[in-house]
Ligand binder design. Structure first.
Ligand SMILES: Nc1ncnc2c1ncn2[C@@H]1O[C@H](COP(=O)(O)OP(=O)(O)OP(=O)(O)O)[C@@H](O)[C@H]1O
Ligand SMILES: [Mn+2]
Length: 269
């Protein structure tokens, strides 16, 4: 009869690599002699790991954390389609308590790595805007579905490629996304037309902007309307990231470099 340890050993048999998520130094040291490829994933490389993927934020969702790190490793050409890795992670925020066996592949790629790491805006600003969009998608505006368009980063250039639809309520203010009061304001203004423009550091530069990018070479799925086209196109003309909540299908989408890179259903978040 097999022991429990033997039965659970299946999880890590024949893996090509091990991902350690935010390990302590002593925990990390125990793994350094292994033959398998070792990757440390954490906000900072405090253990001095040779192979390190930086987390821009601690994704609450372990799936996102795992996807992010696998995309990061794939981006560096460390693993290829079909490789199997073990992710050793803390699900409940304390000591490491979980081992996940994952097959690396293109289907794992959600674009979440690229979105955070290769954006001009601070990763935390992108996260905050995502959170507002997701929350708006879940609750709507007084129970009714609402759409919104946030253009994040490279704000000077975005302002040059857009014009005001109305007075800018953020004209002389110095407010930042992530601040709870601001989130209430953003939700209130999302009833009105146009886009929000947010700077690299999260300052809200403007509301009610009508974007006028050139849509040439923009590659977004057919069926999406003017809001998504404008959001996608502005990210080709500038180094901004666009985060768009659709009023009609309720999904939150992120565009970068003129392409759709991430699609999230707020109801599943
Ligand atoms: N160029 C633009 N710049 C800023 N906002 C825009 C632009 N074009 C459209 N919008 C905004 O998007 C809103 C919805 O437009 P439309 O229905 O064509 O977009 P959509 O992509 O289908 O979005 P949704 O899925 O939310 O309906 C408009 O009322 C307007 O507020
Ligand atoms: Mn529409």
């Amino acid at each position: 009869m097999a022991t429990l340890s033997e039965l659970l050993a299946d999880l890590v048999v024949d893996v090509d690599g091990v991902f350690l998520f935010s390990p302590s130094s002593s925990y990390y040291e125990r793994f350094t002699e292994l033959d398998e490829e070792l990757v440390v994933v954490a906000p900072e490389n405090t253990v001095g790991a040779e192979t390190f993927v930086e987390l821009p934020l601690e994704f609450d969702n372990v799936r996102d954390r795992v996807k992010f790190s696998i995309e990061g490793a794939m981006d560096r050409g460390m693993f290829e389609e079909g490789d199997v890795v073990a992710c050793v992670v803390s699900t409940f925020g304390g000591d490491i308590d979980t081992t996940i066996r994952v097959r690396v592949g293109e289907s794992m790629r959600s674009g979440v790595y690229d979105l955070f790491v290769n954006s001009r805006a601070d990763p935390g600003v992108i996260r905050d805007v995502f959170e507002v969009a997701i929350e708006l998608g879940q609750k709507g505006q007084k129970g009714k579905p609402v759409g919104a368009l946030f253009v994040v980063g490279d704000a000077g250039k975005v302002m040059n490629k857009s014009r005001p639809l109305s007075y800018n309520p953020f004209e002389k203010s110095h407010v930042h996304v992530g601040d709870p009061i601001v989130n209430v304001m953003l939700k209130e203004f999302s009833r009105l037309d146009g886009a929000f423009v947010v700077s690299d550091s999260g300052k809200i530069v403007s509301a009610y902007r009508y974007l006028e990018p050139s849509a040439e070479g923009v590659d977004i799925p057919k069926g999406l309307g003017a809001r998504h086209m404008a959001g996608g196109a502005i990210t080709r003309d500038t180094n901004a990231t666009a985060i768009v909540l659709s009023e009609s299908d309720g999904l939150v989408r992120a565009f970068k470099g003129g392409k759709l890179v991430l699609e999230i259903d707020p109801e599943e978040y």
